[in-house]
Design a binder for this molecule. Structure first.
Ligand code: TYM
Length: 327
């Protein structure tokens, strides 16, 4: 069986972009693969976090994974920081990765520009190497992610190939799995910006845990384009984004939706979209809130997952160490 690896940072509020770009797809494919779904808490530390809040967010992500339908019988669900091999392989890969290629990562450049490059943490710079370690440790074949992770996946492939060339065949060269719909959900209030967990503007995203009235209000207030037509087109970025979300959640295609809403107004379209989103999120939200009432059980589940992950990660770490002369 081929292996799948993916992860989400426990920072900010998980939103419908994370759901349709990642989690929904993980749930859909889980029966076909051996799956590792990680809560990448070490990645979250690359920007300042409040320790108490971080601890709460980690459980929240675990609850959302389970509530969305990931089955712990089929998926190893765990926290990155509970498997020390991630940090250890990162160091080995740091010595294979190049300063120049990390400097060209657009996500780093964007974030560093916001924080000021001088004060950005070294962890933020090194973030893609930790991500490569996550994936290569499990010899994952497939990495289901949103479009914004494409460049990081390319770097992971480069590092795997370079390591294999330098030291002999060691790692599987993984492939990104990026869907056509929902892979790049844009902000509701600014369709030229990616929907982001760390946005200071709650109106820019629908959180997975937003209650139904909040979801309805946010979608009602989402910006639209001039004109009245409901079509996906370059000059209609806002409507294109709403159609993409609608398609990703409902399973209908964009052309089907364009047909369905021909001659209808933005108001009716948004109202229906809100109901489709509410219908998808309500069971997830309710189940997640229920799970969060038993934090002990969530912690136990994560510890059991970490135990399995440690076993699965050991051979690749051992091989990498030995090949580099540390065995
Ligand atoms: P993160 O935590 O920012 O996002 C989690 C997942 O959600 C996807 N995503 C989106 N998809 C569609 N539209 C959006 N607006 C949107 N925003 C986010 C992301 O592409 C991702 O799939 N570096 C990763 C976490 C990571 C990881 C890994 C992923 C660490 N190690 C190993 C895969 C494999 C990140 O920050 O994702």
């Amino acid at each position: 069986r081929q292996r799948v690896f993916s992860g989400i940072q426990p920072s900010g509020n998980l939103h419908i972009g994370n759901y349709v770009g990642a989690i929904k797809n993980w749930v859909a494919i889980q029966e076909r693969y051996e799956n590792y779904f990680c809560i990448v808490d070490l990645h979250a530390l690359t920007v300042p976090q409040d320790p108490k809040e971080l601890r709460r967010k980690i459980r929240e992500v675990a609850a959302i994974y389970l509530a969305s339908g990931l089955d712990p019988e089929r998926c190893v669900i765990f926290r990155q920081s509970q498997v020390s091999a991630h940090a250890e392989l990162t160091w080995l890969l740091n010595c294979v990765a190049r300063f120049g290629e990390l400097s060209r990562m657009t996500q780093f450049k964007d974030k560093a520009r916001k924080e000021g490059t001088e004060s950005a943490s070294v962890g933020l710079f090194d973030y893609p190497v930790l991500m490569a370690a996550d994936i290569l440790l499990y010899n994952a074949h497939l990495v289901p992610v949103g479009d914004d992770q494409r460049q990081h996946l390319e770097l992971t492939r480069t590092l795997a190939r370079r390591f294999n060339n330098l030291y002999g065949e060691t790692f599987v060269v993984p492939e990104a799995m990026i869907l056509k719909t929902g892979a790049r959900v844009m902000a509701l209030d600014a369709p030229d910006e990616k929907m982001s967990k760390s946005s200071p503007r709650p109106a820019s995203y629908v959180a997975i845990l937003d209650d139904p009235d909040t979801v309805r209000r946010k979608i009602r207030r989402a910006v639209t384009d001039s004109g009245t037509e409901i079509v996906a087109r370059e000059d209609k970025p806002a409507i294109t984004n709403l159609l993409d979300i609608y398609a990703a959640i409902s399973g209908k295609t964009v052309p089907e939706l364009e047909e369905q809403y021909r001659g209808k107004g933005y108001g009716e379209f948004k109202k229906d979209l809100a109901e489709v989103v509410v219908e998808a999120l309500t069971p997830i939200r309710e189940r997640a809130l229920e799970l969060l009432e038993s934090p002990r059980e969530l912690e136990d589940l994560l510890e059991a997952g970490a135990e399995r992950a440690r076993k699965a990660a050991a051979p690749a770490l051992h091989a990498a160490r030995a090949k580099m002369g540390l065995g």
